[in-house]
Each structure stands twice: as C-alpha cells, then as structure tokens.
Design a protein around this ligand. Structure first.
Ligand SMILES: [Fe+2]
Length: 422
C-alpha cells in the first residue's frame, strides 16, 4: 500500500515509491528507492513537499500524520478506470499527424547499418590478424571510427538501436563495435572535442584486441573460469597493449584505453592496479561502456540484462569502480527508457523504444510490434508519444512498464534486421 507522507516526516528505512513531481524533473536517477541516510532524506525534502511511501517495502509500520489524512480526505484521489482506447495504431494518418518523419528514420537506419556491417567485417579481419600476432591496419580503423561518429551526429537513435544487434557466438567482435558506438555517443553527450572523440572511438574499437591472444578454450569457456584461467584472461589488456604500442597511428590516449580499461577507481582493477588519479578520462568512459555492453549481452553462460537493469547495476557498482559523475551522466544520456527497450503501453500494446525525444524523455518514439492481444503486427508502425495529437484524444498512449523481451518471445535481432537491411 502507498501512503502519502509529508517530506518533513520521512525517516531512514522508508521506501519512497512516488514523488510529488515527475521523476524526470527530479534529481533522483531511479523510480523507487529506500531512504538510506539523512543526506538522502534532506535531498528529498529539498525537492518534494510530499512523497508516497510503500508500506510493504518499508521494514516498519508507517502512519501518516493526521494533517496528511485530512488533506487527502478533502481531495479524494479519483482512481479513473482506464477508458478503452480509440486510437487506431495502424492508421498512417495518425503517424503523419504525429509529426514523425518515418522515411528519415528508415533512411538513417539503413545508412547506419551499412557502416556498422562494414566496421564489423573490418573488426573480423583485425581480430584475425591479432590472433596471428600480425600488424593491424589501424588507419582503416580511424576512417571507420570517423564514419561511425558522423552517423551518430546525424542520427544517434539509429546507431544506438543497432547496438542491440548482438550474437552470443561472436561476442568479442560485436562487443568491440558496440563499445565503440556507445563510447562515441557518450563522448558526444559530454561534448568532447572532435580529436578526443576520435581517440575515444578508436581506443574503444581496439580495447579488447588482446583477447585474441587468449587461448580459445579460456576465452569461450561456457562457465565460470578457474582462478588460473581468470589470471590468463586478465592478461588481455597487457597483451593488447603489446600488440599496438608501436603503431605510429595511435596516440598515447588510445594505448591507455587498450591497457587500462579494466582498471577501477578503488585500485582493485588490472593490470596495473591504477587508482582514480591514474586512470585517464577517456579510459574512465570506456570502463563504463564496456561493462554496460557486457552485462546487456547474451553470453554462452548467461542471458543479458535489460538496459534498465544494467543501468541500475552500474549505479550500484559505481562507488568502488567508476567515476561517479560519468556514471550519472551516462545514465541520463541513455534515459529512463533507453533505446532498444521493450515496453508495454498502458493501452496494452507492446513496442520498442527507437528514438528519444529531447524535451520529453518519458515520451519516446515507439515502434509498435504487438497489439493488445499480444499478436505481432505484420507491418510495424512508429508512434511518437510526445506528439500533441494525443492531447485531443482519449486513451493517450503512455508507457506502463519495461519488459524483458524473452517474456513474449520477442526476437529483437530479427526485427532490427528486417527494418535495417533495406
Ligand atoms: Fe577487456
């Protein structure tokens, strides 16, 4: 049960499930949290007049003040029954009125896919060369990073959506590509100058090159590594550094990323046990995007998390592992409903988040994939939840919750392939 509580009555241990303002406008990163200390209580008090406390998630009995009860009694909260929607989601006129340019979206997606596939085949060659201890063509890598960066500048959404293209069996290649795209996107959000952005992208693309020197039986082991095997695995940043350190095309910054992307701010990382001051800014960025992509990917031995769960995990790990400011900006950049998330609308329809609306982060553009009877649409439609068209109609489509795609057998890779291969 939720109880309305004045902020001045909050106590440590209470579980805040709702604020008196939209979460997106609040300084809090997640919806729902436990009040762990006085500092957090003060932050809530500075932001909200009242909040809603979840009594089931609070380990003691919560009683609202009489004044709160009286205030609530004066203005009874009318629980409206959701009206059946009148929106025809398959109506193309609606889409036009939703002021969302579908042809531009598709065009950007197809273009971004071409660059992605080109980079992908370059990475395959690069990793093969590295496997045999040969010199890698980093000039080509530079050109591809510049092309990826330019696609992100044109349509960050298309590039980000394509990072959902993952494959359990070709992890290292796809991971390298995704960490590159995620880092470039993050770097742009941080307003890095162009030369640093290119160094960041190049370092991210090459970061795991040393894995090609790790024996396959360790690299692809379908299970937990033994201590000895883990030691071998931990040698990959150093071996990667040895592979590329003499390359005149690569700056010291790029080499830092290859060598130090497993360092952690508490000094418990590897190979050099660097601490916060010793890890470069660009490397700190890649430590975050590397972990984010790793935990959202399906591996031989585990299924990937949803983007939302992954962000929560990053936040939990932040104090010991990552730069605090960078993690918070990364989470805000990805948004509450990150691109690629599968969401259920209040209308019962299911869709994918394909584009964020800068001004309305809670109302992204959704690609509808299932109707309310949970049947797949033969032709997918895009709906802009931020469009003013919905204000004039009942049954405004809003996001109800994020779903795990496996819950409804949704094959994201297949959908992206169908939409992006022209
Ligand atoms: Fe690595």
């Amino acid at each position: 049960m939720k109880i309305k509580i004045f902020s001045e009555d909050l106590r440590i241990g209470m579980y805040v499930s709702e604020l008196d303002l939209p979460w997106i406008e609040s300084p809090f990163l997640f919806q729902g949290f436990s009040l762990k200390d006085d500092e957090l209580i003060q932050q809530v008090q500075a932001t909200c007049k009242y909040v809603y406390v979840d009594t089931e998630k609070t380990p003691f009995e919560v009683k609202p003040r009489l004044a709160t009860i009286a205030a609530s009694a004066q203005k009874p909260v009318q629980k409206k029954k959701p009206k059946p929607t009148k929106i025809d989601f398959t109506d193309t006129v609606t889409l036009k009125k939703a002021k969302f340019d579908i042809s531009a979206f598709t065009e950007n997606l197809i273009h971004a896919r071409k660059t992605r596939d080109k980079t992908r085949s370059y990475i395959d060659t690069m990793l093969d060369e590295a496997k045999m201890g040969r010199v890698v063509d980093t000039q080509k890598a530079k050109e591809l990073v510049a092309e990826l960066a330019s696609n992100i500048a044109t349509s960050v959404d298309a590039s980000m959506w394509l990072t959902q293209l993952k494959n359990r069996d070709e992890y290292t290649a796809i991971h390298s590509l995704n960490v590159c795209v995620l880092s470039l996107t993050f770097g742009r959000a941080l307003k890095l100058p162009e030369d640093e952005l290119n160094e960041l992208g190049l370092g991210a693309l090459l970061h795991d090159i040393g894995k090609m020197r790790v024996p396959l039986k360790v690299l692809n082991k379908p299970g937990k590594l033994t201590d000895d095997e883990f030691e071998i695995m931990k040698s990959h940043p150093g071996m990667g550094y040895e592979l590329v350190r003499k390359d005149k095309n690569l700056s010291q910054e790029v080499l830092n990323i290859v060598r130090s992307h497993h360092e952690r701010i508490n000094g418990q990382g590897y190979p050099d046990k660097l601490t916060e001051q010793g890890i470069s800014y660009l490397t700190k960025i890649v430590t975050i995007t590397d972990v984010y992509d790793a935990i959202t990917s399906d591996r031989v031995y585990h299924d990937g998390m949803t983007p939302h769960d992954a962000m929560q995990r990053l936040y939990e790990w932040m104090p010991n592992n990552f730069d605090k400011d960078l993690v918070q900006i990364f989470i805000r950049t990805l948004g509450i409903y990150p691109i690629g998330s599968v969401v259920e609308l209040k209308t019962g329809h299911i869709g994918l988040v394909v584009k964020l609306n800068e001004a309305h982060r809670m109302k992204p553009v959704i690609m509808l994939i299932m109707n309310r009877d949970r049947e797949f649409y033969p032709r997918r439609k895009l709906v802009n939840l931020a469009s003013s068209i919905w204000e004039k109609r009942s049954g405004r489509p809003e996001i109800k919750r994020i779903l795990d795609p496996k819950e409804f057998n949704i094959d994201i890779k297949k959908i992206i392939d169908e939409e992006s291969l022209g």
